[in-house]
Write a new protein. Structure first.
Length: 181
């Protein structure tokens, strides 16, 4: 019998001083049986970094051809496509042709660095692609904050990210490997 997804209830308060975005989002996040706590928490941080009133989680890991997070316009066009992991150049090309802006968050430490070295030459042609990495230390610490009911406060200022959960405060430094035009 196949395992079911585990449901996480997240109250995410975002204070993004860089974009002047201040809002609290109540999210119901399904964690696929094959998804790690590290990936789940990175998905939530990716949501915070791209927060918008129309941004939403998708079926993600369980659905091919769909990002982890997307933002659609009122007309149904894809404005923002957010993916986690190490997509192939083909997948990035397809994503970039479907959305106005594509943001990829690779993770996995040295594995992500090797992936980027292999793919960055071909990725330069995608003007609407942004690639932002987090260190293995950052994502491992982030994974420790995971719980089925979370209240996260994410503050973003000058590109730095502060995550607060209860009495725990974690500082993350996203590394922009490629910025969108």
């Amino acid at each position: 019998m196949a395992q079911n997804a585990t449901i996480y209830k997240v109250e995410l308060s975002v204070s993004d001083m860089d974009r002047h975005y201040y809002e609290t989002h109540k999210l119901t996040v399904a964690k696929h049986p094959s998804e790690t706590d590290e990936r789940l928490m990175l998905r939530i941080i990716a949501f915070a970094l791209n927060a918008h009133e129309y941004l939403e989680m998708t079926k993600g890991i369980s659905t091919d051809g769909e990002p982890d997070i997307w933002q659609k316009s009122l007309g149904g066009e894809l404005d923002v496509w957010v993916a986690l992991g190490l997509p192939s150049e083909k997948v990035m090309r397809q994503s970039c042709s479907k959305a106005v802006k594509v943001v990829v968050y690779p993770y996995g430490g040295r594995t992500a660095e090797i992936w980027w070295e292999k793919i960055k030459g071909g990725a330069t042609r995608f003007e609407n692609l942004q690639v932002t990495n987090f260190s293995a230390r950052d994502t491992e610490e982030l994974a420790k904050l995971s719980s089925r009911a979370m209240k996260l406060q994410v503050n973003i200022q000058d590109g730095e990210v502060m995550v607060s959960v209860g009495d725990t405060v974690l500082y993350l430094t996203p590394l922009k490997w490629k910025t969108a035009a």
